[in-house]
Design a protein around this ligand. Structure first.
Ligand code: ADP
Ligand code: MG
Length: 241
């Protein structure tokens, strides 16, 4: 009955559990106790008003910041530091202008990283731009480089902080499709922050609204696309029918 679903690689993503997660900056209580469970390989879209703490939450998930209270468990292990398999991508691509595209992708890597960098550039459709400079690329292409730079580390958790916010509508659509394809191919867990509710509903398996430092709404999006047979959501669903 899953005949229409092409075989996909297994889910590689980390499951995440947030327990009583709080973050305040002085008097300002930004995250007020978040309890959340995210399944391995799930695509979660996180929306909320500007200033409600979305980026703060992603920075905690990335290990760039520490909670004031509570805990993050990544694959059942407390998250206490930066990890190579957790990657954060921003709206602004943060490419180094004095390095070529491929050098940006291989940033900080040692050994024979070039073939792998070439491979991830091909995956995001930029094989021919390896030797270009960031300044020679369009905004969408630069975001593709930023994605390639995440992919080369084989992330199990990909955190996207409004990565498409600055792009025009058509480029945005192409990037949405690319992100979805990469997610389906690699099976990592995604937490995408967006202020665009339509984008959240389109891409997410699940939409979470952050409201006044807490989870306001947590809505599963019914199956709209082929899912990985190994995904827990599909397993649950096929158990019911
Ligand atoms: P969002 O990404 O949802 O727009 P942020 O997580 O960036 O919101 O910020 C949430 C609130 O926390 C804002 O009021 C912001 O000014 C404040 N904030 C974020 N980081 C810091 C910081 N390092 N020091 C002080 N205040 C901060
Ligand atoms: Mg933000």
């Amino acid at each position: 009955m899953n005949a229409a679903v092409e075989p996909k690689p297994a889910v590689t993503g980390h499951p995440i559990r947030l327990q009583g997660l709080k973050r305040h900056f002085g008097e300002l209580q930004v995250l007020k106790g978040i309890d959340l469970e995210i399944q391995a390989g799930e695509f979660v879209a996180l929306v909320g008003r500007s200033g409600c703490g979305k980026s703060t939450l992603l920075r905690l998930l990335a290990g760039l910041d520490a909670p004031s209270d509570g805990e993050i468990l990544l694959n059942s292990q407390p998250l206490t530091t930066l990890r190579e398999d957790v990657r954060l991508m921003f709206q602004d691509d943060r490419l180094l202008p004095w390095k070529s595209v491929i050098e940006n992708v291989g940033l900080g890597l040692k050994g024979d990283w070039k073939p792998r960098a070439q491979q991830v550039l091909a995956e995001v459709g930029l094989a021919e731009k390896a030797d270009a400079w960031p300044a020679q690329l369009s905004g969408g292409q630069r975001q593709r480089v930023a994605l390639a730079r995440a992919l080369i580390h084989q992330p199990r958790l990909l955190l996207l902080d409004e990565p498409l916010g600055a792009l025009d509508a058509l480029t945005r659509l192409e990037m949405q499709q690319l992100i979805e394809r990469l997610w389906q191919r690699h099976g990592f867990t995604v937490v995408l922050v967006t202020h665009d509710v339509a984008e959240a509903v389109q891409l997410g398996d699940r939409v979470i609204v952050l409201e006044e430092g807490q989870v306001g709404l947590d809505q599963a999006i019914p199956l709209k696309r082929p899912r990985e047979p190994s995904s827990p959501a599909v397993a649950t669903l096929s158990g019911q029918v």
